[in-house]
Design a protein around this ligand. Sequence first.
Ligand code: ADP
Length: 562
Amino acid sequence: MINILVVSERKDKCDYFNTLFNKNTYELSCLSDENLIFDLISADNPDIIIIDSQINNLKNLSKKIKSICNNTIIIFLVSSTKIEKELLKYANAFFTDDMSDDFVLSTINVNLRMKNSLEMLSNSNKDLADSLYRLNALYSTSSQFSGTLDKAKLIQYMIEGMDRALSFSLTCTLSFCTTNEPVLLLNSLYELSDELIEALKVRTVLNYNSLFEGKKPPFEINADSLKVIKQIKYPASRFTFSLFRFDNMFAPISLGENFFGCVEIFKESQFSPDDATCFQTIAQQVSLPLKSAALYQEIIEANSKLAKLERLKSEFISIVSHELRTPLTSIKNSLDILMSGRCGEMNESADKFLSMAMRNVQRLSGIINDLLDLSKIEAGKMDFHFAPTNINTVIDYVKSALSEVAKSKGLTIITEQQDCVPEITADAQRLEQVLTNLVSNAIKYTPENRTITISSKLINSKDIHINEYFKDSIHIADGDYVLVCVKDEGIGIEEKNLVHAFDKFAQIENSLSRKAGGTGLGLPIAKQLLEAHHGAIWCDSELNKGSEFYFVIPAAKALQLV
Ligand code: ADP
């Protein structure tokens, strides 16, 4: 029914419209006293108001009507077609006294159609604005989700996101992530009575159990012992009505087998289908980061267990090596005395056995020293005596120390030293240890009658080329370095094993390593010693062709070292 209000003191005009408008389609009210107009407008909200221009104070009246009912069609009834300009602002159309009935009816129809179209447009604009707002809320909530792996924070962001997107009155979130025990989070606009909280607890437990339809739920929860955490937006006011007057939605917060809780949301007005989609989306969206957070927590726990085990292992190695060293020193001293002949002459075969015992004692003491070195470096307890050092002196020393052993295997050690290599700040003894290890390995893993080359040169960081197996794990700062290379023509290392050469206790499986023995500690110790010099070590190798072990140490003159 179309509601028309005619405001005129002229009875004939009221009668005219009364007869013109069909009672089945139009409901017409006539008013002669303009003072009553606003009471009528607020009661009836007419679609069309026809105002006689002879009425008092027409302009003000029209202005006020326009400001109250923006969508109402206002038509002025004027005596002539000459219309005062200012009136044009307030009217949608004008009727003159001599207009035909058809013209009046068609003007009314055109305006009604326009009004309907405008209303439809405004409604779809409102829907569009609502969707945009909701999308925005969803977007900002999902950005928040991606920013944390803290499970309690994720649940809190979920609730805040639902509030932004759906403006709820109350949410009940059963969370298994907020504390170590299941907890019911009540986020409410107003304070909740104890009875309402009890009712919500029971309801949540029932909802939760209903998710598992007779199967055993992942956690047993009981309404009596369920812990509650309240967050009240306006604590000064209190909910006074029953929950049955609220519309509600419920969703589990889970991903596959992983169950993180469930959430129920209440609102005084009805939720729309779009609200339901948005609610389900947020509950689903939070499940993925919650799963990542759970995995992350597992990794952290496993890592801390591993770190603890590693510490225990290092402590154990350190204690055992110390304990072994004392009796070994005493055995070595006794062997020294026996071999010196101070306890009487030994016959030839006794001498042979004593020498064999001595060789094994020396080997054992080498292993124990390696173990002690490694545990000291790892615990940061290794003492370094840094001083200006010439790398060529270190190379010469190691070459002469190992030449005899090399010769006994038919190997030649040659050096290619650059004369101008600058001094480095280093612990010369530790560098000797590194180089001795590399050259000993070269001797160990090279068949007879070949050559081992030790070279040194000054190099700038931009000219250092580290192969693909090591380049990700080694970072070389800009500057000048002293580069040392130990090159052999030995058995080489298979590509897949290259990176493992520097792992602790790594012994790469090959025919010689088994025969040659060893602990797999030499290279990791060398690596750690060089790192303490702000240097790095890596190797290139080709199976059955040979290996090149490189290390660099910064050439900076007064490098401050730890
Ligand atoms: P080890 O005491 O076993 O020699 P290292 O840590 O010095 O321990 O070396 C680790 C492993 O790397 C060795 O077992 C060996 O398989 C391989 N390796 C080291 N140096 C060479 C080399 N020059 N040629 C071939 N393989 C080598």
